[in-house]
Design a protein around this ligand. Structure first.
Ligand code: PRX
Length: 651
């Protein structure tokens, strides 16, 4: 008989609690942990950080500059290396032969590859030595533009090994996106692949990478040979990964960096037109990545952990690399798409590799619901113990389907709220504590203090803006690269002495938090973060477009999709061909993840008297909101009637 990890609440419908077995198996099962950790947050995290390897212990656990809450530091003076904590520590502790990753390639005729901690360590060292020979030193930024292949994790850890800083760009992003990020980060080197597989097609990634480095400070490009594919080659600049590491030693001393030195940067969308380079430190980030992996998913030595997120996003950094590896567990690295060669691929992967912890996004779950229960039912999913959800609010239908059809009604669902900025998970429900309730994320992780406030920053009781109180969690961002003012303006200006998440939330009577979603101009499209401003900027650059406005429209599968209102320079060009061209242009400027779901050519968009686009009204129009609000104060109220016709409002 398979273990039941949860039990139903006898009094309330759709409320579940950990079973006795779960409580016994869990790292934490006593809810007192919350109060205890909050009593002295610094002491709590100091004790937690002690689980990592420190070359030198810190002098001061937490510092915050008076009057400047954004200027905080953890574990000041400590010396640490992230790769050492993910690899050497396990190898030296006798776990060298344990499988660190099972790589599942997309083509079904290629066999999965198992890599042990000891093998991974050697590869990382070889590549770290090669990077040093190419002139990469502590603090240098290294771009990483790779599909989900082992070399992606090897690259991250090799960069961390020598104290350099990685800057990953999602492989489905365009060459232009790479270029923006390499320029802004002043990267010296880019690691990419010749090609990659996506739904059976072999795509030329090197072509994009070439666009991505042109005119940037990147001097060297390292190319992983993922497939048999001839690509453009620039002698002297381009180097094959396999040729570089061939000659290198399997040993490479770790560069132990100061706890607050940068481990990585990762660009994410904000409200403005340009993505911002979120900066993460080494020790605080690693501490929270380690403990949230361990406690949220009850990670144990015999687990097979699978976070389906691409490493191009923060979830993949934290729960597809640093979290599982620092815990010394086995994880799946999956190259393909969930629906290739058929929509049973993920369930087959869980069956084949006996996955016990599975962490994915609501958008994927909604896609599987649509495909029907027959697919997961074909496979044995009894190895599953814990299910996770991340990236957007999970609706009740998706939660219950995930719970019953994938988890067989046995597994808790850990709904984890967090952001690129928080580095690791912040609000959730611990598996040994519960309760697990659809649409309710839970409580702040032990040692983190959150609350809700109103517009003025006063405490709000039932619903409001979600904010974090000091001392700020160790995994939190430490800045926006080269832009302190933007960092302060974006996160620290609205509410005094509090971190502004830009999410709205509701507080239940039992103290549990329900996340309601973003309160700014950031969309979540299939779980991917995208700003309306960024998309507008890209579209406005098209030669036929005078101006554009983008708003999200709810979508049954993707959560939200971008809808474009475009004003053309020459209105006679308002054709299907122009629409297709704008879509191609978005692909080129950002990538297919940002593709508009609909484009409306219009003569005007609603604006305030000062000329600001009123997206609120456009949003109301595309969602058929019966209350569009007061339009009489607009500069151009007459355009609203016309727009109603264009979008079929009220129809
Ligand atoms: O709105 C929240 C939503 O995703 C945003 C952060 O996006 P990103 O930086 O791409 O990181 C996503 C992965 C951590 C948040 O501001 N979000 C994330 N997780 C949840 C969520 N909304 C509701 N419930 C969640 N579990």
């Amino acid at each position: 008989m398979t273990t039941k990890w949860i039990v139903e609440d006898k009094e309330k419908e759709n409320v579940f609690w950990p079973s006795e077995e779960m409580k016994k198996a869990a790292w934490v099962s006593d809810p007192k942990i919350y109060d205890e950790a909050l009593k002295d947050q610094k002491a709590f995290w100091a004790e937690k950080a002690g689980a990592l390897h420190w070359e030198k212990k810190w002098d001061n656990v937490y510092e915050q500059e008076p009057g400047k809450p954004w200027n905080f530091k953890w574990f000041v003076g400590g010396k640490i290396n992230a790769a050492y904590n993910c690899l050497d520590r396990h190898v030296e502790g006798g776990k060298g032969d344990k499988v660190a990753m099972i790589w599942v390639p997309e083509p079904t005729d290629e066999k999965p590859v198992k890599i042990t901690y000891s093998e991974l360590n050697k590869k990382v060292n070889k590549f770290a030595n090669a990077l040093k020979k190419l002139g990469i030193k502590k603090g240098d930024r290294v771009g990483v533009y790779l599909p989900m292949i082992p070399e992606l994790m090897i690259s991250l850890l090799a960069v961390a090994r020598i104290g350099a800083v990685h800057n990953v760009v999602f492989s489905a992003f365009s060459g232009e996106s790479v270029k923006d990020r390499m320029e802004d980060a002043e990267a010296k080197l880019l690691i990419t692949a010749n090609g990659y597989y996506r739904r059976g097609k072999l795509l030329d990634l090197k072509k994009n990478a070439d666009i991505g480095v042109e005119g940037t400070p990147v001097k060297n490009v390292v190319v992983v040979k993922r497939a048999e594919l001839d690509v453009n080659w620039v002698d002297g600049r381009d180097h094959w990964f396999h040729e570089l590491i061939e000659k290198e030693s399997e040993k490479c001393e770790s560069e132990f960096v100061e706890a607050n030195d940068m481990l990585f940067m990762l660009y994410t969308s904000g409200t403005t037109g340009k993505p911002k380079g979120i900066v993460h430190d080494t020790a605080g980030y690693l501490t929270q990545a380690y403990w949230t992996t361990k406690w949220n998913f009850n990670a144990k030595d015999d687990d097979v952990f699978w976070c389906t997120a691409d490493v191009g996003w923060i979830t993949g950094h934290t729960y597809g690399c640093y979290g599982p590896f620092s815990n010394g567990i086995t994880q799946i690295v999956f190259e393909g798409a969930p629906d290739y060669p058929d929509i049973g691929r993920w369930w087959k992967t869980i069956q084949d590799h006996k996955v016990s912890v599975f962490y994915t996004a609501p958008t994927a779950i909604r896609m599987f619901i649509k495909a029907g229960d027959a697919w997961p039912k074909k496979y044995n999913l009894e190895s599953l113990k814990i299910l996770g959800s991340v990236g957007e609010p999970i609706d009740e239908e998706a939660w219950l389907w995930y719970f019953r059809t994938i988890g067989g009604g046995r597994c808790p669902i850990i709904d984890t709220w967090w952001q690129t900025e928080t580095g690791a998970n912040v609000v959730n429900t611990l598996p040994g504590i519960g309760p697990f309730i659809p649409t309710v994320a839970g409580r702040p992780f032990p040692g983190i203090d959150m609350k809700l406030v109103d517009e003025e920053g006063n405490d709000a009781e039932m619903s409001g803006y979600l904010v974090e109180k000091p001392p700020f969690a160790p995994g939190m961002l430490r800045g926006i690269y080269k832009n302190e003012q933007k960092y302060i303006d974006t996160y620290w200006s609205r509410f005094k002495n509090l971190y502004d998440t830009s999410d709205g939330a509701k507080l239940r009577e039992d103290g549990l938090i329900r996340i309601t979603g973003r309160v700014d101009d950031v969309m979540k499209v299939a779980g991917h973060r995208l700003s309306t401003g960024e998309l507008e900027n890209a579209i406005n650059e098209h030669e036929l477009v005078r101006e554009s406005a983008v708003v999200p429209r709810p979508d049954k599968i993707k959560g939200e999709v971008p809808i474009v209102f475009a004003l053309l320079i020459d209105p006679s060009k308002a054709t299907e061909e122009t629409k297709a061209e704008i879509v191609r242009h978005v692909d080129k400027m950002i990538g297919p993840t940002a593709r508009p779901a609909a484009i409306y050519f219009v003569d005007d968009v609603p604006k305030t008297r000062s000329g600001k686009i009123m997206r609120r009204i456009l949003r109301g129009l595309v969602t058929n909101d019966t209350n569009l609000g007061n339009v009489t104060t607009l500069m151009n109220p007459e355009c609203v009637e016309h727009l109603k016709e264009v979008v079929g409002y009220g129809g």
